[in-house]
Design a protein. Sequence first.
Length: 359
Amino acid sequence: MYTSSIQKVHLERWDARMTKILITTPSGLESRAAREIRAILKDGTVTPLFMKGNILVSTETNENEAISAIVNAKTEYIGGITPVEKEIAISKDKSSIKIITNNVLSLGKLTSSDTFLVKCKRRGNHDFHSSKLKKELGSSLESIVGAIVDFANPSKIVIVEIFQNKAFINICQAENIKRKEIKKSRIYPKGQRPLNRAELKIKEALRYFDIIIKPEYRVLDLGAAPGGWTKVLSSLAKEIVSVDPAGLDPSVASIGNVMYLKCKAEELTNKKLGKFNVVTNDMNLSPSESAGIMCRLNDLLVENGIAIMTVKFVTRNRRTHLREATKCLGTFYTDFEIRRLPHNRFETTVIMKKKRVIS
């Protein structure tokens, strides 16, 4: 779990006495939604969740009153409003379906006279799909409790909100799940927004680590789409070779010194590209996969060439991910500098140099 600029963030143990509400927000604007919540619920505290666009609100106000207050207040950054009652630890394994089912049953909030619908949103990497969980959970509730699934007009909603290795669950009245119109989903005025957040990430990395991209440099940009890093680097270097199986934004692909290769980074070993002064890597892969590719492509760097890589945290085990990545990279790279940067708080940026080959 990360701690952002949101104030009064409490990462306390789950307190069953408190009302807990999951709020969805525009990605990157969680702190603004949190300010709105604290203005509405004076005792409310906010926990930013691992996945962007989600915050967890805790308040002593009862569920009905808290939800009503949020719904009726004038807000700009609050979207979905979902009350949750219990947090449980799960794994990516299919056995998690049974764990979730048992915990939902333990809530004791569903009776044989109820109709219900299971709503599940799964975020992360798991060996099961949301549809399978909903089907098995619904069948279990029907057979064990005697309640009946009603897709059209259920009296209660069974909530399962999964965030990788944890799940928030609840059974609540259908009318207590609300959605508000998000009125502001951008920070920048129309027409002034960068191509994507990646532009800010690479600018920040170059500035913080004092990396100079010389006009004569050739740069290899891995995981380039839609082109934020390529766009910035193309203004600094002689040539950018931009690699991604997904497409580049046309405004970037048309830049004169950009050569776009629509392929996976792993396929570059079969291409004659020459040497590069800098290799950048913002691929959306697990840390070990990304580091492995960097090792296989190290021959494309000139001696003492610079590599910039973002380590993606696919679970909360940040230290483990970073340790595994740097251990792998250490075979071919040296002079590591590592930092979690403000515009990159869900990742860690690693700067390194190609090891000198001693013959």
